[in-house]
Design a protein around this ligand. Structure first.
Ligand code: AMP
Length: 364
């Protein structure tokens, strides 16, 4: 079987690494000549909407999936009419537009911050009394890792905030006073079978994920599972999904979902019985899903902008280093390392050292 992947970065690379033991072959479409997954797959080198390359991908791949969600809608439509595409194109369409996404959560009774659609300064001025300060203005499309977002603290900042959006269709959201950010990763097969991973507790720096820690027996696990289950079923979803949530004193509010494998689930490679990457492949191939239980304590630390001393990482007890084969650049994730241990103290020590090493990277 050959799996086609739109995007050939580290997520595609880790999907391919999980697929080799299952005897799978891969073909990726990516405009970057140095795409991280290129060495592990056939590489179609060109634009995501290049008709000839898309036709080749559809012809060569038994199933097409993607590692990023900003695939143009017409690309997903074209592929869907020529081959099997999972997750389904409707999930992409919802995830690509923050307004549709929030409305979809609302429809499913999944709690969110208060929000409103913004297409002008006038809309913003009218919305603020019900949204309240502080608030975040976000572009509806093409935003990730905090890009295309402005925090508004007072009425005097409204005009500048709207100007910063350059006229882009936007959404205003109330700023959530969360205690924690968590995410839940789940996988669904065409038959409807669903598996859930333990919650990840996530911390960010400058809008980019820095640490994700597996939380076995988290008190919010079943609530998060109910939310993601309703999403999966409403979308008739196939594959791995990640739902990002805010924990506000035990209440869960949804921020966004990603219709793909997710950075907050990288700890599952060593920290779970079956990784998110393998379960994504099993799901899209309609194979039995693997167990998702954690194997002891596990957490992942991202290396952003460059790599610390890799010898020091490798010398750490219970650490596992994953290099993405990417040139260092400001704000770019170039590697991650996972700590997995049965002993709580050893786990904490290694995680603290790893986080310190990640902080030593000069991301400027
Ligand atoms: P996003 O691009 O929507 O994933 O946002 C990136 C990060 O900004 C999130 O992980 C949060 O840390 C923060 N953030 C986004 N939306 C809100 C919100 N409504 N209230 C508080 N923090 C937020």
């Amino acid at each position: 079987m050959k799996i086609g992947i739109l995007g050939g970065g580290q997520l595609a690379r880790m999907i391919a690494l999980a697929g080799y033991p299952l005897g799978l072959k891969f073909i990726v479409l990516d405009p970057d000549a140095n795409a991280g997954a290129a060495g592990l797959s056939e590489h179609l080198h060109g634009a995501y909407d290049d008709p000839a390359l898309l036709a080749e991908l559809a012809e060569k791949a038994d199933v097409v999936t993607y590692e990023f969600e900003n695939v143009p809608a017409h690309v997903a439509e074209f592929l869907t009419s020529h081959t099997t595409v999972y997750p389904p194109a409707n999930a992409l369409a919802v995830a690509q537009d923050r307004l549709q996404e929030k409305n979809f959560f609302k429809q499913l009774n999944i709690g969110t911050a208060p929000f409103a659609a913004i297409d002008s300064l006038d809309d913003l001025q009218q919305a603020m009394p019900s949204i309240g300060y502080p608030a975040i203005l976000k572009s509806r499309r093409m935003g990730y890792d905090g890009k295309g977002q402005v925090v508004i603290k007072a009425e005097s900042e409204l005009a500048a905030a709207w100007q910063a959006m350059n006229g882009a269709a936007s959404i205003i959201e109330g700023f959530v006073p969360f205690q924690r950010e968590v995410s839940i990763i789940a996988a669904r097969r065409p038959s409807g079978e669903i598996v859930f991973y333990p919650l990840s507790e996530n911390s960010h720096q400058g809008g980019i994920l820095r640490v994700a820690e597996c939380k076995t027996n988290d008190p919010l696990q079943s609530k998060a599972e109910a939310y993601v289950r309703s999403l999966l079923e409403a979308l008739n979803y196939v594959g791995v999904i990640a739902l990002e949530l805010f924990d506000v004193k035990g209440e869960l509010l949804a921020n966004e979902f990603a219709p793909r494998v997710h950075n907050s689930g990288h700890w599952t490679i060593e920290g779970s019985e079956t990784s998110q990457f393998e379960n994504h492949l099993r799901a899209i191939l309609d194979l039995p899903l693997g167990l998702t239980q954690a194997r002891g304590y596990a957490a992942m630390v991202n290396f952003i902008g460059g790599l610390a001393n890799d010898q020091q990482i490798l010398a750490l007890d219970n650490a596992h280093l994953h290099l993405y084969d990417k040139a260092p650049r400001k704000g770019r994730k170039v590697a991650h390392a996972t700590v997995r241990a049965d002993d709580a103290n050893l786990f904490k020590q290694s995680l603290t050292t790893l986080a310190t090493l990640a902080d030593q990277v000069d991301d400027s």
